[in-house]
Design a binder for this molecule. Sequence first.
Ligand SMILES: Cc1cc2nc3c(=O)[nH]c(=O)nc-3n(C[C@H](O)[C@H](O)[C@H](O)COP(=O)(O)OP(=O)(O)OC[C@H]3O[C@@H](n4cnc5c(N)ncnc54)[C@H](O)[C@@H]3O)c2cc1C
Length: 293
Amino acid sequence: MHLPYMELHEAATLQEAVTAKRRYAPDARLLAGGTDLLVDLKAGRVTAGHLVSVNRIDALRGVSETDGGLRIGALTTITQLGRSPIVRERFSPILDATGKMAAPQIRNVATVGGNIACAVPCADLPPILTAMHASVALWSPKGERSVPLEAFFVDARQTVLRDDEVLTRVLMPKPRPGFGAAYARFALRNGNAIAVAAVAAGLTLGRDNTVRNARIVLGAVAPIPKMVEAARTVLVGRRPEEEAFRAAALLAVEAAEPISDVRGSADFRREVVGVMTRRALATACRRARENAA
Ligand SMILES: Cc1cc2nc3c(=O)[nH]c(=O)nc-3n(C[C@H](O)[C@H](O)[C@H](O)COP(=O)(O)OP(=O)(O)OC[C@H]3O[C@@H](n4cnc5c(N)ncnc54)[C@H](O)[C@@H]3O)c2cc1C
């Protein structure tokens, strides 16, 4: 399989990117690291005669702190995200995902924006970012809008991103005292293997050691990162103990919509969801206690 003939356009600004994409629509695609798009083009899953690279747009770079929260530029690579001192010190649950994705060579070029915008069901960042209440900023010549990540995905490889929009950054609020999050992922190998099933958990504990808020988000077992609303209901108001985690895990298993493929049957994936949910909740709980007021 070879890449088909394409023209590459290098945009220096967001406006240039959108203008170029419009000029060649519907035959143009935005290009970031290319680790998802070029594979799809080679395999013939998508077609494009024009690639509009956003790699020269400085506004899409950098990881920084904003009012105690986190701002991740869309062009931040997975390696840069994992090495960011701010992430390591204050948003470390993200490292559960960055450390396990792909392999170093891919992580060096794969971007955060691409991992979200590709909307592939097994993408690793969306579940943990959603569990940590992240949103994405979408820029168009008409203005910018902010979309909570749980409202961004529509279906497998489909998002609310419009043709004239670029995902510019991810924004995450400062973790409140008593908040902890974790991402548990199962793959068939340690390196270069996409997730068979994954679960992200975000827990807020009150001073009375009961759960105040909870988010369970499934990865790789539904067309989109799936928030298990019922699991929140069963956890809130209870002590964060094994019995409550088991109840939440059962609901997560029920909510999963896995497919069977070469990596595992749907039944196997459901089993894994139960185990990963309990693991993610136990780790999130430990971190929430460490982060208590
Ligand atoms: C060998 C291999 C292993 C992999 N393993 C994993 C893994 O373990 N976990 C995982 O999650 N992923 C994995 N991937 C998938 C891929 O590396 C990631 O999803 C990566 O983060 C995609 O980012 P990118 O910059 O390469 O995106 P690109 O391929 O450049 O783009 C992907 C899509 O997003 C769109 N896009 C990119 N940036 C923007 C933007 N700023 N605004 C709007 N649209 C945009 C593009 O138009 C395209 O449709 C793997 C890929 C390979 C080749």
